[in-house]
Structure formats: structure tokens, C-alpha cells
Write a protein that binds this ligand. Structure first.
Ligand code: 3H9
Length: 655
């Protein structure tokens, strides 16, 4: 088999080219090829070596699919030490993304150049890992402790320009990277530039309290995760030990993280997220419909957030509201959201203005005549939705995709209100829609393959993680939430307090416990929904008696200042003895003798409630695969990524 790495002399420059699509990951064959090439360069007539990559990107990291499998020499840390020890000057030429082990390869080179659009970073933390091939040792020596900790603990990439500012990139190359990098290498040789080893630099001065500061911040931000503490230990070692000893500390930490269940869960999610984009029964060559502009019906919180998601990706949006006042209110919310992002430093003034300029409004459906996609985001009234789709059918051009953002309703029934059900699909965003990453794409019985394929592509463009769901009440996520919420109510009656349940689930890793979620969403929402149901459909009264009593006592949740908790002006929850009394008396009414319930039982029963419903969803073919359900819960419901999602957690715990 031919090697994914080639080596040739171009004049006096040895050019090493990696070609391992799609992202030039450092598979065993790539590592071996790099080793052979760098060895070859030592004894030929080259005076410098340039490492270049074919395709869309520089090396995007170690090959994650090799993790957890038997290791094959050469290992990356050793290979990078050999590259750094090269007697010929080594230049890394970066385009696309140099990530993780890829960026570590660049840091082991003696000089680094990059095109302006390139990005570099250490995403290992998102896999429950830390850089394991010298990144924690070389980066602080080049960029200082603070910049390195920011890069490694956030996992977020930075631009080539930012990397140049902090000393991680030496030269920005405009135009053709290959020609530019070779010319720059020739110039370095001609100028007598030294072989500059990152490992031999000394760490610039830093504030000695920095590690304590990061420890405190990370204890909060990355609650319960093991990798961040290892990052701090390894970077600290770079400041107190020799390079070799620091590397040994990094190695030990890396191996420990790699074997942790947290990293196993996060790696599962990495592949699950990419797998979710694949459609069963739809060829990946299915042509996409063009989507160059979008209409949104409804300028509420949801419609506004959806509009921002598209505008942020450069796609113009026309927002429809029923009156000038409602439209002004909707556009006003968007305005304030953008202003908030600028204030928090998340967006530049210019970028915010450019995005805002892409959103226009109208009260006339005729404004939607030319759009390629319409998303309806009005409140959950099935008749209203059907009426809107009838109107859209009349006004939209042939081939336009008609989507509903419904969280629960029957997408097939909505599609049937039009004469073109094949163009209708569900696009269920999560609030706040411009921030939450999950998009449930609901495949109706008659949704056309190219509509589905288009929406999946579009999801990636607007930076959402899309998961396909079949039609059922609540789709994947909200359907599973129902038994989860009901189990929380049973636990209350049987003896647990709201704060015990929430604390147990938050310690397990949930972003928020179930009762705080109820309070946030508003207890009146479920109350109103139940009013419309028959006693049979409502189910076991034990599963809703407490929230009903709370609503009847005027405790609607955060919005009324109290629900399962009392809230202060900063929305900080405090346990309320009145709620305990109310739970006690409800339990007595049902003849339940309350008992001590362990945190373990709470977690077990609540997660099992999710998983049992998840299994039914799989059996019914509503979800394409178990890992899709994990993706829904991690990106839409605050399930801890380090547990790999509810289905993965259950499968692995019982295995
Ligand atoms: C590491 O480096 C550890 C070291 O410090 C120490 C080692 C000792 N491996 O995301 P996409 C696949 S840890 C294997 O859709 P995009 C991916 O599964 C690693 N496969 O593309 C997908 O396959 P498929 C640190 C990988 O253009 C295909 O490539 N690095 C890897 O939207 C396309 O992926 C990272 O964590 C990989 N490293 O985004 C970077 N990366 O088509 C991870 C991708 O079969 N990668 N694949 O579904 C990324 O962030 C994105 O892929 C990237 C491109 C931004 C590069």
C-alpha cells in the first residue's frame, strides 16, 4: 500500500507532503511516513524541510479512531522529538486547521508559517484529553503560560493572526502556501536562521498565582471533569521541570485521561455527532436544493433566535409577523441580543451590524414568494399551524422547503394541509435558538429525500448538530423528557426533596436538575396542556399532583418568583418549607409513606426513565440509531458529554 506521506527535493528544500483524507489525521501510516521522510532528509542534499498537507486542511490531530486500540510504533511524542532534533531546519506550512497532535507537529518544527484563514488549537479537552505529544510543554515555552492555558483548557481554535501575535506562528503567507512556504524556507536558510527548538526555549515570566486562578475557574466551568486538572499539572510542570521530565508528566496524565470513562464517553460523542448527519436510506450524493434566503413566520423568542442563526451564517432572513407592532417587538429582541453579544465581547460591532442587516421584516406573506426555505415558529396551536401552511402553499414558489419548528405536533398532519407534503419537514430548534446547538430534523412520512439532505447540509452551515427523528409526540428529546419529569414527581412523593433530586442530578453532571428545569420552563405550561386532556390521557395523578398544586397556589416557577423553589431578584433558587409541606400533604393523600431515598436511587431511576423511553423510540424506528439519542440529550438537554449520553451510559454500565 502506498504511503500517505511523500517526500521530494525541490531545489535545496525537502518537501514532505501528507495526503490522508479527509483531515490528514496522524494515523499509524502517516506517523511512519513522516518518520521515513524526516530520516531521508537527514542524509540528502536538502538544506531545509517543509511539511505541507494536501486537501482541505493541515493535520487535524491524532487519528481518534485508533484510540483504545493496540498501539503501533512510532508514537507521536517520539516522532515529534525526532522531527525537532532534525539537523535540517524544519518549517510547518499550515492551512485549514492544525489541531491537537497536528498543531503539536507544527510546534515541533523549527518555524511555522500559515495562510491567514488557517486556525490552530488544542481541542483535546473536548475529548476528555490533554495534548499528549508535547503540546503542554512546547506551547508555554513559545506563547507563555496564560495563552497556553487559555488555548488548552478552552479547546477553542484561534486564527493564524492571533497565533502569530502570541508567538505560535512566525509568518503569515498570502497567496499559494506551497510556493510561499518553500520560498520562506529558502530565505530562512539564506539568512542563516538557526535551528530553533521549541523545547529549548524558556517559559516567559508569568504570574505565579495563575494556576490557582485557573483551578478555581475550572472547578466551576468544567465541574466533575478530570482532564482540566491534568492540563494544569502538565503546564505547571513545563514551568518547573526540564522538557524531558515535563513530557513524562504530560504522558502520564494523557494515558490516565485516555483510559478514563470520561474520555471514552466524549470520544463516543465525537463520532456519534458525525454519524448523526448520515441519513438511513438516503444516498449521500442526493443533490441539495439551493437555500440562499429564508423566511421565518413568528418573531417571538424562538423565531428571533432562528433568524439570528441564519444571519450569523450569512444567510438573509425575512421575518413575518401579524402586525407592525409585533414585528417591531421581534426585531427589537434581535437588536438587543446582538447588542448583548457585542457588550460581552462575543461579536465585533461590525459583524453584529452585518448580521443584523441580513434580517428584514414584513407583515405580508407575499414577501415570502421568492424564498427557498420557510420556517414556521408560532406557538403550539395545531390549527394555526395548518392554516399557516395552507397560506405558505399558496404563496411560496415551487420547490421551496416548508419547515415547522413545532416541538410536539404531528408533522404529517401539518404537511397534509398543503398540496406538497414532500416539501414539508420539521426543524425543531431549542431555545435560545441562536445558542443551542441541537436541531431535531423531523422526517415526515412523505418528506422528500432531497429536502432532508438539504436541511442536514444547512444545519451544518448554521453550526447546528442535526439529528433526524421520525414523527411522534415530542419527537426524540421531548418524548423522553416526559417519563423523566414524571419520575422526578414520583421521587418527590416517595421522600426526596426538590433540592436533593436536583443536586443529585447536577452532581451526576446534568446542566440543571429536573425541578429547576420545570421552574425555568414555567409550571403553568404543563398545567394548561393537562387541562386539555382526558383523565386517561393525563395518566397517573401522582406524576402531576405536586406541580398542579403549586400552580394553583400561584407558584408558576421563575417567572412568578417561586415554584419548586423561591427565587430572589437574581433568580437564585432557595428551598422553600411551604413546598415541603405541600409535597408531604400530597403524599399523605395518596397514602404514600415517605422514606429516605439515596442519591444513587434518584440518578438511577431518572436516567432509566430516559433510557427506557429511548429504547422504545429505537424499537419504533423514530431514531435512526442509539447514538443519535445520545447526541440529542447532550446538545439539547444538558446531559453530561463525559457520560457519553444516556444510551451509551446505560449500555456501558450494564455491560
Ligand atoms: C489528539 O490529537 C491527541 C494528541 O494531542 C496526542 C496524541 C498522542 N481522527 O468533522 P468533520 C473524521 S486528539 C479521526 O465532519 P469538518 C470525522 O469522523 C485529536 N477521524 O469535518 C469525519 O468522518 P466521517 C485532536 C477524524 O470539515 C471526517 O473526518 N483533534 C478526525 O466539519 C470529517 O470530519 C481533534 O479533536 C480525527 N482527528 O471539520 C480535531 N477528525 O466522514 C477533530 C475528523 O466518516 N476534528 N475525523 O464521518 C475536527 O474538529 C473536525 O473534523 C475538523 C474538520 C475541524 C478538522
Amino acid at each position: 500500500m502506498s504511503s500517505p506521506v511523500s517526500y521530494e527535493l525541490q531545489g535545496n528544500i525537502g518537501v514532505i507532503t501528507l495526503d490522508n483524507p479527509p483531515v490528514n489525521a496522524l494515523s499509524h501510516a502517516v506517523r511512519q511516513g513522516l518518520l521515513d521522510a524526516i530520516n531521508a532528509a537527514q542524509s540528502d542534499t536538502s538544506s531545509a524541510v517543509v511539511i505541507l498537507c494536501e486537501g482541505r486542511t493541515f493535520i487535524a490531530g491524532a487519528d481518534i479512531s485508533e484510540f483504545g486500540k493496540p498501539f503501533k510504533e512510532p508514537g507521536l511524542p517520539e516522532l515529534l522529538n525526532i522531527i525537532e532534533a532534525s539537523s535540517k531546519l524544519v518549517v510547518a506550512a499550515i492551512h485549514g486547521t492544525a489541531l491537537g497532535g497536528g498543531f503539536e507537529t507544527a510546534l515541533a518544527a523549527h518555524y511555522r508559517c500559515a495562510v491567514p484563514s488557517a486556525k490552530v488549537g488544542f481541542p483535546e479537552i473536548k475529548l476528555g484529553l490533554l495534548p499528549g505529544a508535547g503540546g503542554t510543554q512546547r506551547s508555554p515555552r513559545l506563547a507563555g503560560v496564560k495563552s497556553s492555558l487559555d488555548l488548552i483548557t478552552s479547546g477553542a481554535p484561534i486564527s493564524a493572526g492571533q497565533a502569530a501575535e502570541i508567538g505560535l506562528v512566525d509568518e503569515i503567507i498570502d497567496g499559494d502556501l506551497s510556493a510561499g512556504a518553500i520560498a520562506w524556507a529558502e530565505k530562512l536558510v539564506a539568512d542563516g536562521a538557526p535551528i530553533r527548538k521549541s523545547s529549548e526555549q524558556s517559559v516567559p515570566e508569568f504570574d505565579s498565582s495563575i494556576f490557582d486562578q485557573y483551578r478555581a475557574t475550572l472547578a466551576n466551568r468544567a465541574r466533575g471533569q478530570v482532564a482540566p486538572e491534568h492540563v494544569l499539572t502538565a503546564v505547571e510542570a513545563a514551568t518547573t521541570m526540564s522538557f524531558e521530565d515535563g513530557l513524562a508528566v504530560e504522558r502520564e496524565s494523557f494515558v490516565e485521561c485516555m483510559n478514563s470513562s470520561q474520555s471514552v464517553g466524549m470520544r463516543h460523542i465525537f463520532f456519534a455527532e458525525r454519524q448523526a448527519a448520515k441519513l438511513d436510506g438516503v444516498s449521500k450524493d442526493t443533490p441539495n436544493r439551493p437555500v440562499e434566503n429564508v423566511g421565518i413566520i413568528g418573531g417571538g423568542t424562538m423565531g428571533g433566535g432562528i433568524a439570528m442563526s441564519f444571519a450569523n451564517a450569512g444567510i438573509p432572513v425575512t421575518m413575518i409577523e401579524i402586525s407592525d407592532d409585533a414585528l417591531a417587538r421581534g426585531l427589537g429582541i434581535i437588536e438587543r441580543n446582538y447588542a448583548g453579544s457585542v457588550k460581552r465581547g462575543k461579536l465585533s460591532e461590525e459583524k453584529a451590524a452585518a448580521c443584523r442587516a441580513l434580517i428584514s421584516g414584513s407583515t405580508d406573506y407575499a414577501a415570502l414568494a421568492g424564498v427557498d426555505l420557510v420556517i414556521e415558529a408560532v406557538f403550539e396551536d395545531p390549527d394555526l399551524k395548518k392554516k399557516i401552511f395552507k397560506k405558505l402553499d399558496a404563496v411560496c414558489k415551487p420547490g421551496a422547503i416548508l419547515a415547522t419548528n413545532t416541538s410536539y405536533q404531528d408533522v404529517d398532519a401539518i404537511a397534509a394541509a398543503t398540496g406538497r407534503p414532500e416539501d414539508v419537514v420539521g426543524m425543531h430548534f431549542f431555545s435560545p435558538a441562536h445558542i443551542m446547538k441541537l436541531l431535531e430534523v423531523v422526517r415526515g412520512e412523505r418528506t422528500a429525500d432531497d429536502v432532508l439532505a438539504t436541511v442536514m447540509t444547512l444545519a451544518k452551515k448554521i453550526r447546528k448538530v442535526a439529528v433526524v427523528s421520525g414523527v411522534c409526540y415530542g419527537f426524540i428529546g421531548n418524548r423522553m423528557l416526559q417519563p423523566y419529569g414524571q419520575t422526578a414527581q414520583l421521587l418527590l412523593l416517595e421522600g426526596a426533596s426538590p433540592q436533593q433530586i436536583d443536586t443529585a442530578m447536577e452532581s451526576f453532571g446534568m446542566a440543571m436538575g429536573p425541578l429547576r428545569v420545570f421552574d425555568l420552563a414555567g409550571l403553568d405550561v404543563g398545567y394548561k396542556a393537562r387541562e386539555a386532556l382526558s383523565d386517561d390521557d393525563k395518566g397517573d395523578p401522582k406524576t402531576f399532583r405536586v406541580p398542579d398544586l403549586l400552580v394553583e397556589a400561584g407558584r408558576l416557577g421563575q417567572k412568578s418568583g417561586c415554584g419548586f423553589y423561591s427565587y430572589d431578584d437574581n433568580r437564585k433558587p432557595t428551598p422553600d418549607p411551604l413546598v415541603d409541606e405541600l409535597i408531604n400533604s400530597a403524599a399523605a393523600d395518596f397514602g404514600i409513606v415517605r422514606r429516605d431515598i439515596t442519591d444513587e436511587e434518584i440518578v438511577d431511576r431518572l436516567v432509566s426513565a430516559l433510557v427506557d423511553e429511548g429504547r422504545k423510540i429505537l424499537d419504533e424506528g423514530i431514531a435512526q440509531r442509539s447514538s443519535d439519542i445520545d447526541v440529542v440529550y447532550i446538545y439539547g438537554y444538558g446531559f453530561p458529554a463525559a457520560r457519553g449520553g444516556p444510551m451509551f451510559y446505560a449500555d456501558n454500565r450494564r455491560a
